[in-house]
Design a protein around this ligand. Structure first.
Ligand code: TXA
Ligand code: MG
Length: 318
C-alpha cells in the first residue's frame, strides 16, 4: 500500500524525479505527474488503465504561469479564470508545444485548472512544472474523494498519497471550452452553469452521455459502481424490487428501515452542495455493501443538481 501523509516536500521530490503521486483537490483526488515529462505522464495512463485517447487536465497554482503553456486565451476565458480560480472549473485552451501530445491525446487544446486546496496549491507553488492529473481511480470507476479511496484501489501502484482530508466539493470540475468566441460546457461539474452564465452570459451545454469514444469526457458509462444502479421513483422501485436485496440512495428523504438492506440519504437537509460532497462516498459504500441493486432517483435538476444527475445517469449506464 502507498504511504499516506501531509509531507509536501516528499511529494515534491517524488514528482521532480518522475514519479506519480496522488494529490487532494476540492473536487476529487488526482493522480499527478510532471505534465512536461512524457515518461512520467505515461505512468498515469498505465496505473489508471486509461485509454490513450482520453486526455488529461493540467494543474497549476497561478494564472500568470498558464501563459507558458497556452496561447490565444479568449476574453471570456480570462473572465472565468479571474472569477473562479482557484476552483472547480477547467478551461480548454490552445496549447503551446511545450505541452506533450500524450497529455492532450494529440488534440490542440489542453485542459487547465487551478485547484482550490491548500496542500496542492502549496505543492504546485514549489514545482517548476504543471501537474497532469486525472481523477485517481481505475478508468471508468467512481472518483475518489478521500485518501483511503485512492489507497483501496491504487495504493499498490503509487509510492505516496498526499492526504488533504475529504474533498469539499466531491464531484469533478466543470469543463468549459470555446469554439470561436462561443463558450461551451463539455462536462457538468462542481461549478454550476448558472454561476458561469452570471459571469460571461449564455453558454451551451454539450455535456451529454454518449458511447462514442472520440468524446472521452462524455463517455456514457463512467463514474460507475459494479452493482446495477436503477433510477426512478423510489417508492415505485421498492414495489418492483420487492423480495430482492437492494439498497436505497435518496435525497432529502428517508424510507422505512425494514424496506432496504442499506439506505443513504445524500442530504437530510436538502442541500445539493452536501449531496454532491457525499455522492461518490455513498456510491462506494453501497457498491461494497451486501446488496444486489442500488435504487435511486434524480435530485432537483438545478445548480449542482445537474452535475449530480449527470453522474447518476452515467453510474446507471451499461
Ligand atoms: O475535478 C477534476 O477535474 C479532477 C481533478 C483531479 O482535477 N480531474 C479529473 O480528470 O476529473 P479526469 O481525467 O478524470 O477527467 C478529465 C476529463 C476527461 O474526461 C477528458 O476527456 C477531458 O477532461 N479532457 C481533458 N483534456 C481535454 C481536451 N484537451 N479536450 C477535451 N476534453 C478534455
Ligand atoms: Mg475521471
Amino acid at each position: 500500500m502507498a504511504d499516506i501523509g501531509k509531507d509536501i516536500e516528499k511529494a515534491q521530490k517524488l514528482l521532480e524525479t518522475g514519479n506519480v503521486v496522488a494529490i487532494p483537490t476540492e473536487t476529487v483526488y488526482g493522480l499527478a505527474a510532471n505534465a512536461l515529462n512524457p515518461e512520467a505522464v505515461i505512468k498515469i495512463f498505465k496505473i489508471k488503465q486509461r485509454p490513450a485517447f482520453d486526455p488529461l487536465i493540467i494543474h497549476t497554482n497561478d494564472i500568470q504561469k498558464i501563459h507558458d503553456y497556452v496561447v490565444n486565451i479568449p476574453d471570456k476565458a480570462y473572465r472565468l479564470a479571474e472569477a473562479f480560480w482557484p476552483g472547480p472549473l477547467t478551461i480548454l485552451l490552445e496549447k503551446k508545444t511545450i505541452i506533450p501530445d500524450i497529455v492532450t491525446s494529440g488534440l490542440n487544446r489542453v485542459a487547465v485548472r487551478i485547484p482550490k486546496h491548500p496542500l496542492s496549491l502549496a505543492l504546485l507553488s514549489k514545482l517548476s512544472f504543471p501537474l497532469a492529473a486525472p481523477s485517481a481511480n481505475p478508468f471508468g470507476y467512481i472518483s475518489p474523494t478521500t485518501a483511503l479511496h485512492v489507497n483501496d484501489q491504487l495504493g499498490s501502484s503509487i509510492p505516496y498519497i498526499l492526504d488533504g482530508g475529504p474533498c469539499e466539493v466531491g464531484i469533478e470540475s466543470t469543463i468549459v471550452g470555446f469554439e470561436g468566441d462561443d463558450p461551451f460546457v463539455y462536462r457538468l461539474g462542481g461549478m454550476s452553469i448558472e454561476q458561469i452564465q452570471n459571469t460571461i452570459g449564455p453558454v451551451t451545454a454539450k455535456a451529454h452521455s454518449t458511447s462514442n469514444p472520440s468524446a472521452p469526457g462524455m463517455l456514457k458509462s463512467h463514474y460507475a459502481p459494479k452493482k446495477p444502479v436503477i433510477i426512478g421513483n423510489i417508492d415505485t422501485l421498492i414495489q418492483q424490487y420487492n423480495g430482492k436485496n437492494f439498497a436505497i440512495l435518496s435525497f432529502n428523504k428517508t424510507f422505512d428501515r425494514e424496506l432496504a438492506a442499506e439506505q443513504i440519504d445524500l442530504s437530510e437537509k436538502g442541500s445539493l452542495e452536501e449531496a454532491a460532497k457525499n455522492l461518490f462516498t455513498a456510491l462506494r459504500t453501497l457498491d461494497n455493501a451486501p446488496v444486489d441493486y442500488i435504487l435511486t432517483d434524480f435530485v432537483p435538476d438545478e445548480d449542482l443538481g445537474k452535475a449530480i444527475n449527470d453522474r447518476l445517469k452515467r453510474a446507471a449506464a451499461k
